[in-house]
Design a protein around this ligand. Structure first.
Ligand code: TPP
Ligand code: MG
Length: 700
């Protein structure tokens, strides 16, 4: 326990290393105690590990926490957030504005530590990207952080492969460190991500596993007895161990081993004691998720040789020590990097411009110049097919638009097929086609990690399997990352594959998620417009929902142009004199069906209107006047048509409107039979329209 002085108010005398570590510990304990909620035990135990990494190794400049080539530190054990906040405070990380300007003020002032977990504090319960400068990614859902770190490591390899030139081999050489625990190791997503990281031989990736044998319910013996080391060796990782979390020398040696390992990722297994130093709570789950209590805090401080009654105490010399360590090292590296990039700009102005735009989430000049127009075609093509054409046309002009599929590219049609696109692999980190393998959840987190490094990633799969990656998608939305999700096989349109493959409630799920843009385009030209909207998003992830089966390419000389998609919903076909008595609202593959019904209704003298509504979110964002022009409030006779759960549609049709949807699971049969079974035919829509008019007659 060092050269502790067991007095309540005398200056603490111990090595500056120990003093710094104990400051991290005690700030964390005090923060949790002040909040009367939180997780003190793991920050206390892992303080030396984090200290060693940050002070000795991390290439991070606290005065510029968004410098592109900084090492990334991911706290995958998000519940131990006070550990990160204490580090951000003690290293005096500066706040950064939304426009990436470094502000003079500290990201985490001492007052923020004192208001841990209170409304609007910079120290919320779990670390939140965008909210606290220096937090590299939002964590809390266990496993997400480590999987996200794989995406960061991938993005670095891709950047290096694309942008390095002779004499400029150090522009992107950052490392990614993730601190994880038993929970992260148990969650399936860590296995998916670690498997891919090993396969890709990501030598810039280091996970540090806090092997404390404790989770919420007690000892890990309750539910976790696998041999983690063997598991990771099996994945192709380098695995090393540190038997005591307090052993700074062994920790430093492990980090050096990582740095010298050039052919695979590294896992450092660190044995630690949760709640280290707390006499009654150490090594118990009681140290995990509740404050220690005033008395136990006092006793722990005594064990650390700390003034027992001082709270949020930062001894003299600690800030300075961090300034001289991580601060000085980071600043020097950061300044050198900017000098190098200035040199690079002189020699490779176009590449430097790409980097600038990418890092500022701008698109290149002329990115949309090759966008295709699709001529009217009654037979048409699957929206996955038109999407393939559009994606390839834009990706050619946006070099950092990169992505792939969870083993379904031949089905999702997301492959970049133009010359030079290549495949991303351990042998070719410059490839733009990614093979995530059958690992949807990790794919989502990896997209987040890639997006955090500012490349523009897309991932794809069958829409039904959005369920598998929802946890990651939710973090895309929460972090406001413009990751792109392309999902095909979007309905019972998949036919014979049956109910396991037929999405029903997935659209409703997606639409319920705050901050997510969902677009289900009706035809090829709406697909083009959808990609245009998506690529210009800065802060929202998008889900593009596409068909497998062919849908007609709507005749835009007869009906309204597809550019209406940008407003979420638009009048595609109108009643004579724009005076509808009934409105048919469709999305995706059902829009063409609505048009068929419309033509018949018009022939019969019924004043019908068709609204194509590819995106609820974009529509809800329009002003009232526009929304009322599309869905005039006095026209109450309304029919929605969508091959999915009816959940939520009454928002647009009213309670007395009619929703033609699917309220059960689907079935395995040829599509024709399914359309009949579920009532998706012209006759049914025409009848619904007429019955709506009858219902509302006299009320409109
Ligand atoms: C996906 C997910 N499931 C459950 C939780 C709730 N939870 C928070 S911490 C925790 C236990 C974590 O144990 P471990 O990773 O060993 O952390 P330690 O207690 O050692 O700090 C659980 C179950 C969560 N945050 N995320
Ligand atoms: Mg644990």
């Amino acid at each position: 326990m060092g050269t502790a002085i067991h007095s309540t108010d005398s200056p603490v005398q111990q090595s500056i290393d120990q003093l710094s570590i104990n400051t991290i510990r005690t700030l964390s304990m005090d923060g949790v105690q002040a909040a009367n909620s939180g997780h003190p035990g793991t920050p206390m135990a892992m303080a030396p590990v984090a200290y060693c990494l940050w002070q000795e190794f991390l290439r991070f400049d606290p005065t510029d926490p968004v410098w592109p080539n900084r090492d990334r530190f991911v706290l995958s054990i998000g519940h131990a957030s006070m550990l990160l906040y204490s580090l951000l405070h003690l290293t005096e990380v500066r706040a950064v504005s939304k426009d990436y300007e470094t502000l003079g003020e500290p990201s985490v002032p001492l007052d923020a530590l004192k208001t841990f977990r209170q409304l609007d504090s910079r120290c919320p319960g779990h670390p939140e990207y965008r909210w606290t400068s220096g937090v590299e990614t939002t964590t809390g859902p266990l496993g997400q952080g480590v999987a996200t770190s794989v995406g960061m490591a991938i993005a670095r390899q891709w950047l290096a492969a694309r942008y390095h030139r002779p004499g400029f081999e150090d522009l992107f050489d950052f490392n990614v460190y993730a601190l994880c625990g038993d929970g992260c190791m148990m969650e399936g997503i860590s296995s998916e991500a670690a498997s891919l990281a090993g396969h890709l031989r990501l030598s810039n990736l280091c996970w540090i596993y806090d092997n404390n044998h404790i989770t919420i319910e007690g000892n890990t013996a309750l539910a976790f007895s696998e041999d983690v080391a063997t598991r990771f060796i099996g994945y192709g990782w380098n695995v090393t161990r540190v038997g005591d979390a307090n052993d700074l020398e062994m920790l430093a040696r492990a980090f050096r081993t990582f740095q010298n390992t050039k052919d695979r990722p590294t896992l450092i297994i660190v044995d630690s004691h949760i709640g280290y130093g707390a006499p009654h709570k150490q090594d118990t789950s009681g140290a995990h998720g509740e404050p220690l209590g005033e008395e136990e805090v006092r006793l722990a401080k005594r064990n650390y040789g700390w003034p027992e009654d001082k709270k949020f105490f930062v001894p003299d010399g600690v800030y300075k020590h961090f300034q001289q360590g991580i601060g000085a090292r980071g600043k020097q590296l950061r300044d050198r990097w900017f000098a190098r990039i200035a040199e690079y700009r002189k020699q490779y102005p176009e590449l430097a411009e790409e980097l600038y735009r990418m890092q500022h989430r701008q698109l290149p000049e002329g990115w949309d110049r090759d966008l295709p127009e699709f001529p009217a075609d009654a037979k048409g093509l699957g929206t996955r097919e038109s999407s393939a054409k559009v994606l390839n046309a834009v990706a050619k002009n946006i070099p950092w638009l990169i992505g792939g599929a969870a083993d379904l590219a031949p089905s999702t049609k997301t492959r970049l097929t133009f010359e030079g696109a290549g495949d991303f692999s351990a042998e070719n980190y410059a490839g733009r086609n990614f093979h995530f393998g059958i690992r949807e959840h990790a794919m989502g987190a990896i997209l987040n990690g890639m997006s955090l490094v500012k490349v523009r990633p897309f991932g794809s799969g069958f829409f039904i399997f959005v369920d598998y990656l929802r946890g990651a998608l939710r973090l895309s939305a929460l972090m406001e990352l413009p990751a792109i999700y392309v999902f095909t096989h979007d309905s019972i349109g998949v036919g014979e594959d049956g109910p396991t493959h037929q999405p029903i409630e997935q659209l409703a799920h997606m639409r319920a998620m705050p901050g997510l843009i969902v677009i289900r385009p009706a035809d090829a030209n709406e697909v083009r417009e959808a990609w245009k909207v998506i690529l210009q998003l800065h802060h929202e992830p998008a889900v593009l929902v596409l068909t497998r089966q062919a849908v007609p390419t709507i005749d835009r000389t007869k009906y309204a142009p597809a550019s209406g998609l940008v407003r979420g919903a638009y009048v595609l076909a109108d009643a004579p004199g724009s005076d509808p008595e009934v409105i048919l609202i469709g999305t995706g593959s059902e829009v063409a069906l609505c048009l068929d019904a419309y033509e018949q209704l018009i022939r019969e003298g019924v004043r019908a209107r068709v609204v194509s509504m590819p995106s609820w979110e974009l529509f809800d964002d329009q002003d009232r006047q526009y929304r009322d022009s599309v869905l005039p409030p006095h026209v109450k006779a309304r029919v929605s048509v969508e091959q999915a759960s009816e959940f939520g549609w009454s928002k647009y049709t009213g309670y007395d409107g009619r929703n033609i949807g699917i309220e059960t699971f689907g079935a395995s049969a040829p599509l024709k039979q399914l359309l009949k079974k579920f009532g998706f035919n012209k006759e049914n829509i025409v009848a619904a329209a007429k019955s709506q008019i009858a219902t509302h007659r006299g009320k409109q």
